[in-house]
Ligand binder design. Structure first.
Ligand code: PLP
Length: 370
């Protein structure tokens, strides 16, 4: 199979699996147990926390392990006080949009921040939310569909000067570009393990302890400093930590490899008549390309590529199967018919130039034969 859907899930790196296995087979104790068998497990969790902290230049104590990016996003929004004002961009992942709508139903004020035709939040939009005196802004670092990177640092300076807290969903950025919690100037940041060659079911919320009060989503034990009750999923946390360590050590090499393949892919795609690479002129993740093709149905093309043993996505995996135009593209002002033709190609560290050549060949033949 030619797997080109790494923004949906990455394969577990062998070295990650190796690090996890002892915690499935040998060190099965509860990390809260006080005897040695438990203490070994506790220290593995702390080790993973340090590995993740290193990757994002944060303090280990600022990290709360969660069940994934979705829980981290929900937890981030739960920090809002009753009736507080929230602003989110119109292109956020459903795991931000849905809890934000829920908060709106509960009486919070919700503002949607519009984006321009390239999916970028504009200075005018930032000025508006400053005038509205919102309490929290949630603005993703990299979009899961288009790969577009927001100029978060420019905005955090202005928002912080007004006392506004900022959350960023960095799930897609992690492991693909440098992500530095302090430098970004955000107070909350969500991460997920299965996008960086770690296991599914593990993620993290990073938070600025001085400014943010976390309200736990679950009541129970005092795990994760009391912010996330429940016995920790130790093998997954250990795997996340190892994946973070590898991402840190290999970031430069992975970035260069992905960018080389993306450039090769774009050269091949740009000569196909009626094909548009969305947001091609702006700063994007090195691994992500979203394309639209005139008079083509994206879901249909996905299924035809599947028959050729090639895996791509039509927008975000969570939204697929609905056959609705991608809300991200609609928010960018893309015509709904063109948005329905979209497919997303997201590259990974094991993809090769030969696979790109084969993908372009198959895509061309499917488009011309219909
Ligand atoms: N945020 C973004 C931008 C994502 O792409 C995803 C998953 O696709 C999530 C959050 C949710 O992460 P998880 O699958 O770990 O719950």
């Amino acid at each position: 199979m030619i797997y080109l859907d790494h923004n949906a899930a990455t394969p577990i790196d062998d070295r990650v699996l190796e690090a996890m296995l002892p915690f499935l087979k040998i060190f099965y104790g509860n990390p809260s147990s006080l005897y040695r068998h438990g203490r070994v497990v506790r220290s593995a969790i702390n080790g993973a926390r340090e590995q993740l902290a290193e990757l994002i230049s944060a303090q280990p104590g600022q990290i709360i392990f969660t069940s994934g990016g979705t829980e981290a996003n929900n937890l981030a929004l739960s920090t809002l006080k009753p009736k507080a004002r929230l602003a989110i961009s119109a292109i956020e992942h459903p795991s931000i949009i849905e809890p934000a709508l829920h908060l709106k139903n509960q009486g919070h004020d919700l503002t949607l921040i519009n984006v321009d035709k390239n999916g970028l939040v504009t200075q005018e939009a930032i000025d508006k939310i400053i005038n509205k005196k919102v309490d929290l802004v949630s603005l993703m670092l990299a979009n899961n569909e288009t790969g577009v990177l927001q100029n978060i640092e420019d905005y955090t300076r202005q928002l912080r000067a007004e006392g506004i807290n900022i959350h960023t969903d960095a799930v897609q950025a992690l492991g693909k570009i440098p992500v530095n919690f302090n430098q970004l100037g955000v107070q909350l940041m969500s991460l997920s393990s299965h996008k960086i060659y770690g296991p599914k079911g593990s993620g993290a919320l990073v938070f600025d302890k001085k400014l943010i009060d976390i309200k736990p989503l679950l009541s129970g034990g005092s795990q994760e400093q009391g912010f996330r009750a429940g016995t920790e999923d130790v093998p997954s946390i250990v795997g996340f930590g190892k994946a973070a360590e590898l991402a840190k050590n290999e970031l430069v090499e992975r970035h260069a490899h992905l960018l080389k393949l993306r450039t090769q892919l774009e050269h091949g795609l740009n000569v196909i008549p009626g094909l548009t690479v969305f947001a091609q002129q702006v700063n994007r993740l090195p691994n992500t390309i979203q394309i639209g093709i005139d008079n083509i149905d994206g879901e249909m093309l996905l299924m035809q590529l599947d028959q050729k043993n090639i895996a791509v996505s039509s927008g975000s995996a969570c939204a697929s199967g609905l056959n609705e135009p991608s809300p991200v593209l609609v928010a960018m002002g893309i015509d709904p018919a063109q948005a329905k033709s979209a497919i997303r190609i997201s590259l990974g560290k094991s993809n090769t130039e030969t696979e790109i050549i084969e993908f372009i060949k198959q895509l061309k033949s499917l488009i011309t034969t219909g």
